[in-house]
Design a protein. Structure first.
Lengths: 240, 240
C-alpha cells in the first residue's frame, strides 16, 4: 500500500487563511515537503510555522535560481525540470514506503503554483488529493478593499513579463485586471497602464495578507517592487 | 460603539474549505446574514449549516428574481438595488445597536459576490473586515485535476452572457480561460469554443466541491447546465 500525496493550498500568507481541511491534513502529516529559494525559509513553510506536527520529516527543495529568468531560456528550463524531477523522486520514495506526504504550496496549488509540476509527475502513479486555497490575488484585492469584478465584467490575469505593447493591448480589452510578476517589470507595467488609459485606476499591493502589507495608488509608487507584489485594476464599479 | 461587520468568504461548498479565520468569526457571530434565492435555503447558508453559534439571529435576504436577467434591464437593476438597500438597512440597524454582524458570502466576497454591494453601502460607515475565501473556480479546476495556468500564461475569466463573437474573440486571445454563468448559455459557449478552436480542450465542471460534483469533457455534455457550473480551458501545459 503506497502512501497518499496531499497537495495543500496554504493560502496567501496569514496562517488563519488556511482552510480547515488543509490545516487538518497538515496536522496529521508524517512527511512535509516544500520549495524554497536559496538561503530562504520558503513562503509556504513560513505559513506552516507552528502548524507542523511534532516529529514530522521535513523535505526542503531549493530552486536552482534566485531570480526568475526568461521562460524560453533553455538552461533555466532544464535546471528547473531537473529540480522537479529530484523533488518528485524524493516524494515517491516516501510514498512507495507507505508514508503519507503533505506538499505545501502557497496560494492555490493549481493556479500558477510550482506544485503543479509535481502533480504532473506523481498524480498518475500515487493516490493524490489537492486542497484548493485562497490565492494571493484574493488577499491583495481584500487588502485594497477593492471589489475586483462585478456582474458581467471580464477579468484578465496577466504576467508582468509580457512586453509593453502586449500588456497595453490586453489591458485595453478587459474590464478588470490583475498583473502578477511585478518586481522589476514595474516601470514597464506603469507605462502599459498609461497607454491603456488605466493608470489612475491602478492599485499597487505589496505582501497581501503578510506582515508588512502595503496598499497604494500605483501612480504614487516609484521604488522597486518586491517579489510579493501585484497590480490591480478593479472592474466597472457598476452602481447598484 | 457600533458593532463590526465581518464579510466572510465561505468558500465553494465543502464546509471544510472555509478558512480557519472565517470559521472562527462565524462561531462568535451574534447576527448571521445571507442572501438566498426565493424558495431556497441559500448556498452560503447551506455551507454554514452546523457552524452557526447557538442562539444567533439569522437575517435572510431574498433576491427579487429567481433567474438572472440582462444586466442592462432597468427593472432588474432597480429591483436589485432596492434589495441591497433593504439588506444594508437591516444590517445597519444591528451595527448601530452595537451588535457584530457576519455576512456570509459563497466563494471570495470581493470576486463577483453580492456582498460587494453591501460592502459599498456599509464599509464607509461601520468598522468592516473582509475575509477572503476559496473561489468556486478554484474548486472546479481542482475537481477536474486540471492545473489552470502556468508560468507566463494569460488567464481570462469570462461571463457566458457575452455574445458568441465576443466570447470567441476573447477566447482566441488568451492561454487559459474560465467561463462563468454557464446555465442556458451553454450552446453559445460551445459554439464560441469551436470557433476559437478550443472545444477539444474545454472541461465542464458542475457543482465543484459540492455534493453531486461532476466533471466531463465539454464536447460530451449536451444537457442543460445548472447554475453551479463552469467551463475551463486549461493553459499551455508547458512541459517542465
Amino acid at each position: 500500500m503506497s502512501g497518499r500525496l496531499a497537495i495543500l493550498g496554504m493560502g496567501p500568507g496569514d496562517p488563519e487563511l488556511l482552510t480547515v481541511k488543509a490545516a487538518r491534513l497538515l496536522a496529521a502529516a508524517p512527511v512535509v515537503a516544500f520549495f524554497a529559494k536559496r538561503g530562504q525559509q520558503g513562503h509556504a513553510r513560513r505559513i506552516a510555522e507552528g502548524l507542523l506536527p511534532p516529529g514530522c520529516e521535513e523535505l526542503r527543495f531549493e530552486y536552482p535560481f534566485t531570480t526568475e529568468r526568461a521562460p524560453d531560456d533553455p538552461v533555466y528550463e532544464s535546471a528547473l525540470a531537473a529540480c522537479y524531477d529530484r523533488a518528485a523522486a524524493a516524494l515517491a520514495a516516501r510514498l512507495v514506503a507507505g508514508r503519507d506526504v503533505a506538499l505545501l504550496c502557497e496560494g492555490d496549488p493549481l493556479f500558477f503554483g510550482s506544485a503543479m509540476y509535481l502533480f504532473d509527475r506523481l498524480a498518475p502513479h500515487y493516490p493524490t488529493v489537492v486542497i484548493p486555497g485562497v490565492t494571493g490575488m484574493s488577499a491583495c484585492w481584500t487588502a485594497a478593499a477593492a471589489p475586483i469584478a462585478h456582474g458581467d465584467d471580464v477579468l484578465t490575469v496577466l504576467p508582468g513579463t509580457l512586453d509593453e505593447a502586449a500588456l497595453a493591448g490586453r489591458l485595453a480589452a478587459c474590464d478588470a485586471a490583475v498583473i502578477m510578476k511585478v518586481g522589476r517589470n514595474l516601470p514597464k507595467i506603469r507605462a502599459a497602464l498609461g497607454r491603456a488609459g488605466l493608470l489612475a485606476r491602478a492599485i499597487y499591493v505589496e505582501r497581501g495578507a503578510m506582515p508588512g502589507e502595503r496598499v497604494a495608488p500605483l501612480a504614487e509608487v516609484w521604488e522597486a517592487a518586491p517579489y510579493f507584489s501585484l497590480v490591480l485594476v478593479p472592474g466597472r464599479q457598476r452602481r447598484r
